[in-house]
Write a protein that binds this ligand. Structure first.
Ligand code: NAD
Ligand code: IPM
Ligand code: MN
Length: 357
């Protein structure tokens, strides 16, 4: 059966990095992947053409796709749009919400070749393999009420941090199942010493733990978790947390692997449909310069093949190709180190393609 893949390049470095990932997808087609690839607009590039960051046409195509590959959205060009609902980031948040993509997997894996690119000592990070499971369609990102309004002669900004038991339970199940397939350790990160919503979060995780006696559940406050991630990251196997804590902790974890340009992600719904994107943003400071690292996006294609397209062997081939390119000493600027060959975005794509064939 022909699978449908929708590619949404987005803004900033988005088009540059997705172009390399699409070449990898095309190579997979030659290796037997039965898929058709379509493109559409999202984010600031959609706003410029249609006046909205998530046009109906893009949402319709996304609903009908088996998997979506997204580059990144946003940038200074659109940061002053007053109507928040028109900002590029709302295009991405809208896709996540409309498609019900509540389960965000962000694997922080250190390729051994990059031990010297990490800002931490090699012995602290070597062998690192953490899976951050971030809740993606709830929490303070989506809670109501929210806004900025006049109160007692001054403006007040407010958001609501809310999770229902069922929302906590379904992300908890994703995390417990993930831990079961890995080293059977799950750390739930919250702020249950201060916030009621995470007292409930902790209770639900404890309740679920009874159903997964083979998984060792622990709890950690988010401030300590941030510290532990840079102190001794290898203590973690699977981490489960809410939307905002997961956003922040996954950027920190990215740096353990050498660069945010290395961290892929999968965002899954209950039907197994998924959106795949690098964890990083549109990197306006290097956009259009052929400098960005495309590997996070290419590794996101591997996650797509594994989690939505049932092609684990092709996924492994891509991951092996990335390993080979790093073995050969090729490095984009963000992971550059002495004695290695500095390459551009396109050259990195060329090398991955060559290693794939
Ligand atoms: P960012 O991740 O875009 O950039 C942070 C730093 O990391 C920059 O110095 C950038 O050059 C570097 N970087 C990021 N990706 C890289 C790559 N592939 N290769 C080499 N270097 C890379 O974060 P930011 O600067 O806070 O945000 C910029 C814009 O991106 C904002 O508009 C933000 O809203 C948006 N954003 C989008 C997403 C997304 O689409 N998923 C994620 C994060 C931020
Ligand atoms: C991410 C990004 C997004 C988020 C923004 C752009 C809405 O930072 O995917 O990590 O906060 O989820
Ligand atoms: Mn983020």
């Amino acid at each position: 059966m022909t699978r449908r893949i929708l590619v949404l390049p987005g803004d900033g470095i988005g088009p540059e990095i997705t172009a390399q990932a699409v070449r990898v997808l095309e190579a997979c087609q030659k290796l037997g992947l039965d898929a058709e690839i379509e493109q559409s607009l999202v984010g600031g590039s959609a706003y410029d053409v249609h006046g909205v960051p998530l046009p109906d046409e893009t949402l319709d195509k996304a609903r009908n796709a088996d998997a979506i590959l997204l580059g990144a959205v946003g940038g200074p060009k659109w940061d002053r749009i007053e109507d928040l609902s028109k900002r590029p980031e709302k295009g991405l948040l809208g896709l996540r919400k409309e498609l019900g993509l509540f389960g965000n997997l962000r694997p922080a894996i250190l390729y051994p070749q990059l031990a010297d690119a990490s800002s931490l000592k090699p012995e602290i990070v070597s062998g690192l393999d953490i899976m951050i499971v971030r809740e993606l369609t709830g929490g303070i990102y989506f809670g109501q009420p929210r806004g900025i309004e006049e109160r007692d002669g001054q403006r007040v900004g407010f958001n609501t941090y809310v999770y229902s038991e069922s929302e906590i339970e379904r992300i908890g199940r994703v995390a417990f199942e993930m831990a079961r397939k890995r080293n059977k350790k799950l750390c739930s990160v919250d702020k249950a010493n201060v916030l009621e919503v995470t007292i409930l979060w902790r209770e639900v995780m404890d309740r679920l733990a009874a159903e997964y006696p083979d998984v060792e559940l622990s709890h950690m406050y988010v401030d300590n978790a941030a510290m532990q991630l840079v102190r001794a990251p290898k203590q973690f196997d699977v981490v489960v947390t809410g939307n905002m804590f997961g956003d922040i902790l996954s950027d920190a974890a990215a740096m353990l692997t050498g660069s945010i340009g290395m961290l892929p992600s999968a965002s899954l719904n209950e039907r197994g449909q998924g959106m795949y994107e690098p964890c990083h943003g549109s990197a306006p400071d290097i956009a259009g310069q052929n400098l960005a690292n495309p590997l996070a996006t290419i590794l996101s294609v591997a996650m797509m093949l594994r989690y939505s397209l049932n092609e684990p062997q092709l996924a492994e081939r891509i991951e092996a190709a990335v390993g080979k390119v790093l073995d050969d000493g090729l490095r984009t600027a963000d992971i550059a180190s002495e004695g290695k060959r500095r390459v551009s975005t396109v050259e990195m794509g060329d090398a991955v393609l060559a290693a794939l064939s």
